[in-house]
Design a protein around this ligand. Structure first.
Ligand code: PMP
Length: 413
């Protein structure tokens, strides 16, 4: 059975459940993955064993990391099939956890072994969707050090989202420190240069118990990581989008502009239908006129016409992507005119290139868009010139291969 949380027998006398930041399906996939015959696979087996014990409630609910184990694990590298990483979860060694109670202040957080944690059955996140997440990446440089890309922007976006969702949130320093600690503790899982990145998933949830519809009395901030490769199975090959005409992702006054957990399950239906029909993803329209482009399920959209780059403006119904913002600055820095404005679906018939941006997808060229049974193709089955140029500029910066004049990267070690 597919579950987004592991719920095992209560581990404490106040009825808390053990919740896992990863799904049952991911654990099975992780077990099935082929690790090379190396002694690290034995350690991973042991780790799985301890995770499984936690799932079954047979062990203590949280395992704090012992310094000796932590030091040993961070100097090794994991022997994974780095060339075939997709965008799936690999449970890693440690996660970070920090709690906050009604006074709105987060206490000092700590690194814990990655695995299930206690959650009240009546937590606000489970019932009323009071939760936010973030996504950012760490890249390994050729000298072995690790680079983060604009983590303060994710911290700020989480604070803005938390305000919308009536939640307290970590300060920017607390957020960035948590990211640094978690990445360094899991450093052996950062893919070699050019093979992928370490995806970092910060999560803020209303963990306290509520019954009536109201904000939770306690909040938990978590950070965990997973090595990843390409988001779309197409890799850098162009993706195929379908414009969704029935379901909407967001509406004015709603929460489309923040990264709240509930925004995602609501698009599963459209996404499932699109994938069943052979499309890579869904392009949403505004819900009032059904005419203006909004965004794709997990990325922003850009069109290029006569070297002018346009993207829907941020007005509360689309996520203000950090990649979007970075690409706008990179493109302007290279002399392109970039317009943030309403982009109508009819314009798609007449543009030269279309691409998507996001942390997971980076810059994904769009090869076709289908709207009301009509399919328009771009880029002659390849990546367009402007998309390619922006992709190279951004990824070289993120990987530390070009000079960071903007001060966007943060070197960890
Ligand atoms: N839109 C949505 C709905 C997303 O989930 C994401 C991914 N965070 C994006 C856009 C792109 O945002 P970013 O560039 O910050 O990853």
């Amino acid at each position: 059975m597919e579950r987004s949380l592991f719920l095992s027998r209560p581990s404490t006398d106040h009825g808390a459940l053990l919740a896992s930041p990863f799904s049952a399906a991911s654990l099975t996939a992780f077990r099935r993955r082929r690790f090379l015959p190396h002694d690290s696979s034995l350690k991973i087996q042991n780790q799985l064993h301890s995770i499984s014990s936690l799932v079954l409630g047979a062990s203590s609910s949280t395992v704090r990391c012992e310094a000796s184990m932590y030091n040993r694990q961070t100097v090794e590298t994991v022997d994974l099939d780095w060339d075939n990483l997709g965008f799936a979860l690999f449970p890693t060694d440690y996660m970070y956890m920090m709690k906050c109670s009604q006074n709105g202040m987060f206490s000092k957080g700590e690194l814990l072994r990655y695995g299930p944690f206690e959650l009240s059955p009546s937590s606000g996140a489970l019932h009323y969707g009071q939760g936010l997440f973030e996504g950012l990446k760490a890249y390994r440089k050729e000298d072995g050090s690790v680079l983060l890309f604009r983590p303060q922007e994710n911290a700020l976006r989480m604070r803005i989202g938390a305000d919308r969702m009536c939640m307290p949130s970590p300060t920017i320093d607390q957020f960035v420190d948590a990211i640094r600690l978690t990445v360094l503790a899991n450093k052996r899982w950062v893919p070699p240069t050019g093979k992928g990145s370490l995806y970092i998933r910060p999560l803020l949830i209303g963990s306290g118990a509520v019954l009536g519809v109201s904000p939770a009395p306690e909040y938990t901030f978590l950070v965990f990581v997973s090595p990843v490769g390409n988001y779309f199975k197409e890799g850098l090959a162009p993706i195929n989008l379908i414009v969704e005409n029935e379901y909407h992702r967001a509406g004015p006054g709603g929460t489309g502009g923040v990264k709240t957990i509930g925004n995602y399950a609501s698009v599963f239906r459209a996404l499932k239908k699109a994938k069943e029909n052979g499309y890579s993803d869904v392009l949403y329209l505004d819900c009032i006129h059904k005419k203006y482009l909004e965004e794709v399920s997990s990325c922003n959209i850009f069109v290029v016409k006569n070297k002018v780059i346009s993207t829907p403006e941020v007005k509360g119904t689309i996520l203000p992507g950090i990649t979007r913002k970075s690409i706008i600055d990179v493109a302007r820095g290279q002399g392109y005119q970039v317009e943030e404005r309403p982009v109508s679906v009819e314009e798609l018939l007449d543009v030269d290139e279309v691409f998507c941006t996001g942390t997971a997808v980076v810059v994904a060229p769009v090869g076709s868009i289908t709207y009301l049974e009509r399919r328009v193709e771009y880029g002659n089955k390849g990546i367009g010139v402007v998309s390619q140029q922006l992709y190279s500029s951004l990824t070289r910066l993120q990987m530390g291969l070009s000079e960071d004049k903007m001060g966007w990267t943060m070197q960890l070690e």
